[in-house]
Design a binder for this molecule. Structure first.
Ligand code: NAD
Length: 489
């Protein structure tokens, strides 16, 4: 019998920095395993401090070049970035596939978010920069003033593994469009997609040093955050890590955008027609296997319809297709890693003590590998319970009963977080009025979609600053005022 070894891994030997594929400073490597099969799917060099030094130096030189990227006109940068968008599009399907293999994101979703969003965001911010550069204001003191926007400088960007490409471009697209240069540190769990990004940057002919990518763990991330050559930090990740990043940036007086954790509420009002909204409701509560910061993981159900709605939700979450995320029919794939599954299962054990298990609570039957957890729903959850207060980051939901809208608002606001949320109602005006009452950076009426035109971000422990929209561009710009020697017109 002949044995054919069909294993194929994606391996890179060099790091992309300074516009070149560069020998890493050490022989350390990151090995990436499939969340579904546990197989080794690839490996890349693991960045160390010396690699960050070289990447920041390259980004610094590119930014400080007096005829370089920061001094291109918006149109000139736009031409280069349009080539970048096209190069990303050309690789989009493979990028999405790599994300799905690495972190278990269902393929229909990685095609929307990881393939679709990056080029869209690049083009959106290029257009925005072309519209918003300079402003003349008639002065109160007799002469005109001019307000101009300049790129903020070298950006140190740190991203998590859950939606690695779309999250990268929430920061990288406005940074590049504004004229900044970027050192990106992806999470070790999802690095193979970041190398596709590097290949796209190379093919598009981004000037040397404009994009540099150093994969690595938290120590390397911390080193980047405090590096003297960095002007601005863009961090997406857990609230615990965000506090450390904020402390380091505070000490250095370094501007920082923080996109952190969440525990948002989906509030079902007493007039809601949930049966006609189940797809959107699932999307708002358990998308990406429950590993999204803005998902509404607390479901607030009115007392007047509690049993009926709880029954509808039990049917919804017990009927989801769980399995191979590469299968387009799969709704819920595996968690990213063993560590993540342990964490989520720990919370399920807590939930079994604190509340009534309605759906799931174990590992799916018939699947013997992959970091799977059953879609799990607890009912009769006390708003103060740990499973209602702490971010679980897995397919685990808490149903909480409320008596009236005022109490629903109060429960929704009873959280250290304030990132997303949603309200479900047959009356969109009533939904809008309710949305205004919740203390969060974003909120959806009968759905939730991060439209790029509007700012996205959190209040309280969910973060500082905003991404997307003109506000997301402003985060990568310095505002400079010039008092002109020109009388008011
Ligand atoms: P994490 O904080 O452990 O890691 C995120 C990234 O930060 C990784 O690249 C990691 O290597 C790096 N890192 C960790 N500690 C660091 C430090 N002290 N200094 C510098 N870098 C450091 O988070 P995770 O487990 O990878 O991601 C899940 C978390 O991210 C969840 O809490 C989720 O809510 C949050 N998240 C937030 C948003 C948002 O937009 N608000 C989006 C996605 C994920």
């Amino acid at each position: 019998m002949t044995t054919v070894d069909t294993r194929q891994t994606i391996d890179y030997d060099r790091l992309f920095l300074g516009g070149e594929w560069t020998e890493p400073t050490t022989e350390d490597r990151i090995q990436v395993h499939s969340a579904t099969t546990h197989e080794l799917v690839g490996s890349v060099p693991e960045g160390r401090e010396g690699d960050i030094d070289a990447a920041v130096a390259a980004a610094r030189a590119a930014f400080d070049d007096p005829s370089g990227w920061a001094h291109f006109t918006p149109t000139q940068r736009g031409e280069v970035l349009e080539r970048f968008a096209k190069a990303l599009e050309a690789r989009g399907a493979e990028t999405a596939r790599r994300v799905t293999v690495q972190n278990g994101m269902p393929t229909w979703l990685s095609q929307q978010w990881e393939q679709g969003f990056p080029p869209m965001l690049v083009r959106f911010f290029v257009d925005l920069v072309k519209q918003t550069q300079e402003e003349i204001r008639p002065g109160l003191l007799g002469k005109q003033t001019m307000v101009i926007r300049k790129p903020i400088g070298v950006v140190g960007q740190i991203v998590p593994w859950n939606v690695p490409q779309a999250i990268t471009f929430l920061g990288m697209a406005p940074a590049l469009a504004a004229g900044c240069t970027v050192v990106l540190k992806p999470s070790p769990e999802t690095v193979l997609d970041a190398f596709m990004l590097a290949e796209a940057a190379e093919e598009a002919g981004l000037p040397a040093g404009v994009v540099n990518i150093i994969p690595g763990g938290r120590e390397v991330g911390a080193y980047l955050v405090s590096h003297p050559g960095v002007d601005k930090v863009s961090f997406t990740g857990s609230t615990a890590a965000g506090r450390k990043v904020a402390a380091a940036c505070g000490e250095l007086l370094r501007p920082v955008t923080l996109e952190l954790g969440g525990k948002s509420a989906a509030v079902i009002l007493d007039d809601a027609d949930l049966d006609s909204q189940l797809e959107d409701f699932f999307g708002n509560t358990m998308i990406n296997n429950g590993q999204v910061c803005w998902t509404s993981t607390r479901i607030l159900v009115p007392s007047s319809r509690y049993d009926e709605i709880t029954g509808t939700l039990a049917d919804l979450y017990s009927g989801l297709a769980v399995g191979d995320p590469l299968d387009p029919a799969t709704k819920v794939g595996p968690l990213v890693s063993e560590r993540q599954r342990e964490r989520v299962e720990g919370y399920i054990a807590v939930g079994k003590q604190e509340a009534r298990l309605l759906v799931g609570g174990g590992r799916p039957h018939g699947i013997d590998q992959g970091w799977f957890v059953e879609p799990t729903v607890f009912a009769d959850v006390d708003p103060k319970a740990r499973i209602a207060q702490e971010e679980i980051f897995g397919p685990v939901l808490s149903i909480i009963r409320y008596e009236d809208e005022q109490q629903a608002t109060q429960i929704a606001n009873d959280s250290e977080y304030g990132l997303g949320g949603s309200v479900w109602t047959a009356d969109s005006d009533r939904g809008e009025a309710f949305a205004r009452t919740v203390r969060s950076g974003t909120f959806g009426v009968n759905g939730y979609a991060n439209d790029p035109v509007a700012p996205f971000g959190g209040v309280k422990s969910s973060g500082l600053g905003r991404e997307l929209g003109p506000e997301g561009l402003a985060a990568f710009q310095e505002i400079k005022t010039i008092y002109l020697d020109r009388p008011n017109a």
